[in-house]
Write a protein that binds this ligand. Structure first.
Ligand code: ITT
Length: 205
């Protein structure tokens, strides 16, 4: 039987990891990360949906480590680009692309589209696996618009180009706590929290 007090947060993305750790800090559990497993083989993310990829990652890392594992698959869907970059968000500008290259490609792809038609959303799917068994899943999203000029220094990824009208700022201008309160990831994590607390032996604060 799994050690109920330990969970692996299986992401190689430091921005995601920071946000997940902050939201889960209220649950009394030991959070392991991939840094605890140097050289671990990376999961293949070849699913068509965020939910499929989250489940693939959670199963993959749980099988390899023997730990209960939480994985996040997320990305940006831009309506004027037919939903791109979607599940390819991390590699939009090519394999190994960094955030700046992805953002440059985004801004150039959307050039000439009128502001009212620049609607977009971040989506996040989270899965918790124990070996091959998916024990819990949740999804969250947040709506916004794509702007040409980056604003803000916080967050990661596409945040500086993702304008959230209700807040009058980009996701990169938000404090970490505000972003976690309203973001796709924050919402998915809140939705999965009760299942996590149950799976982890009722160790919620
Ligand atoms: P892991 O698979 O190791 O978790 P990854 O970065 O490859 O890390 P994904 O395949 O889920 O993760 O791709 C997510 C990409 O979507 C991420 O690299 C960003 O480009 C973008 N993204 C997701 N959430 C975001 C957020 O909160 N703010 C900005 N960009 C985000």
């Amino acid at each position: 039987m799994k050690d109920d007090g330990v969970i692996l947060i299986a992401t190689g993305n430091r921005g995601k990891l920071r946000e997940i750790q902050a939201v889960l800090s209220g649950i009394r559990v030991v959070l392991k990360t991939l840094a605890d497993f140097p050289g671990i083989k990376e999961a293949i993310e070849d699913g068509d949906t965020f939910a499929e990829n989250a489940a693939k990652k959670a199963r993959h890392y749980s099988r390899l480590t023997g730990l209960r594992t939480l994985a996040d698959d997320s990305g940006l869907e831009v309506d004027a680009l037919g939903g791109a970059p979607g599940v390819h968000s991390a590699r939009y500008a090519g394999d190994g692309a960094d955030d700046s290259a992805n953002n440059r490609k985004l801004v150039s792809a959307i050039a000439g589209v009128d502001p009212p038609l620049r609607t977009a959303r971040f989506r996040c799917a989270i899965a918790v696996a124990d070996g091959d068994t998916i024990e819990a899943t949740a999804e969250g999203s947040v709506d916004g618009r794509i702007i040409d000029d980056p604003r803000g220094e916080n967050g990661f990824g596409y945040d500086p180009h993702f304008w959230i009208p209700e807040h009058g700022m980009t996701a990169a201008q938000m404090s970490p706590s505000l972003k976690n309160a309203i973001s796709h990831r924050g919402r998915a994590l809140e939705a999965i929290r009760p299942s996590l607390v149950r799976l982890l032996g009722g160790r919620g604060c």
